[in-house]
Design a protein around this ligand. Sequence first.
Ligand SMILES: NC(=O)c1ccc[n+]([C@@H]2O[C@H](COP(=O)([O-])OP(=O)(O)OC[C@H]3O[C@@H](n4cnc5c(N)ncnc54)[C@H](O)[C@@H]3O)[C@@H](O)[C@H]2O)c1
Length: 342
Amino acid sequence: MDIWKEHYEQLIFLQDRAIGFKAVIAVHHTKLGPALGGCRMMHYASEEEAVQDALRLARGMTYKSALAGIPYGGGKAVMLEQPGAAVHREVLFRTLGRQLQKLNGLYITGLDLGSTVQDMDFVRHETTYVTDTTGSLGAEGELTATMTAYGVFLGIQASLKRAYGSESPKNRVVAVQGLGKVGYKLCRYLNEAGAKLIVSDIDADRVRRAAAEFAAVPCAPDAIHSAPCDVFAPCALGGILNEHSIPMLDCAIVAGAANNQLASPEDGERLHRRGILFAPDYAINAGGIIVTAAELEGADAAKAKRDTERIYGSLERVFAEADSIGLSTAAAADKITEELLG
Ligand SMILES: NC(=O)c1ccc[n+]([C@@H]2O[C@H](COP(=O)([O-])OP(=O)(O)OC[C@H]3O[C@@H](n4cnc5c(N)ncnc54)[C@H](O)[C@@H]3O)[C@@H](O)[C@H]2O)c1
């Protein structure tokens, strides 16, 4: 990714050798508000890979917040796990917190892959520029994941309306890839609405549970993307839509929670050429960031739910734009968002 071409505002390298702390903060855009995005902690094969991850994720956050209509920009922190290092997480996350305090609100962190509510509590000892701490709106009762699933459910309804003329999931076949925090809750919404489910996860227990609870049909992880269905809902990995998987899809719609579903921008066009309706990931999975925004403004769960309901209209707008410009829905979402960003 070319940081100059993409107009990133800041790329910040943080290091404290004495304690084995190494992190990167990418601030993509703050014209609409402070940069919002969680802190990912994982092992990276190289520092370059960590930087690229932070850059890509920060940009994604800008687009997600802008299209969702919340007054925040995009940023992301990435903490590099040091294999074998015996550093206490409190030391690392409090160090991050002190750095965030110095940024004075330019970037607000929260949960992401590999970080926990307890880690955010450590950050909170040093700064207020953090969400998802114990007792916060997003952390209580998994509201973030619940609203993400609810938004995806509404987005599936908007997609069904567009593809079939009726938004009802009743008797529609939905293939859900990934039964984690979001995917499992999505199954629950779909099951209650009368959809027929095909489910897959690399965790066999989760598949067994979903099969029992929702009368879902289990599917092998390497076959879920080619299962015959109305809707394929990726709720596990990024990059699932690519030059190899797209020719194998046997669905009318792709609509799911996973971030960065398209392996490359060309894959949006590939789906379009195949006549498959794609609900762009950052439009449909914005429920979580909407909860974070509600938390920051001191609003409650009811407000977060009402705001999440805007996802339906957001997708209708993307589909209408795609029609009017004759491009893919992925390109249409980018066009709308870039206009909002100015
Ligand atoms: N949690 C949120 O609020 C949120 C918000 C926006 C986007 N997302 C995105 O949605 C996706 C799911 O998030 P989550 O919070 O449910 O994560 P999670 O880690 O709770 O669940 C992911 C699930 O996918 C399964 N999985 C991994 N590889 C798989 C494979 N090859 N085939 C089938 N299943 C596989 C895992 O076993 C796990 O059950 C991620 O891409 C995440 O970035 C999550």
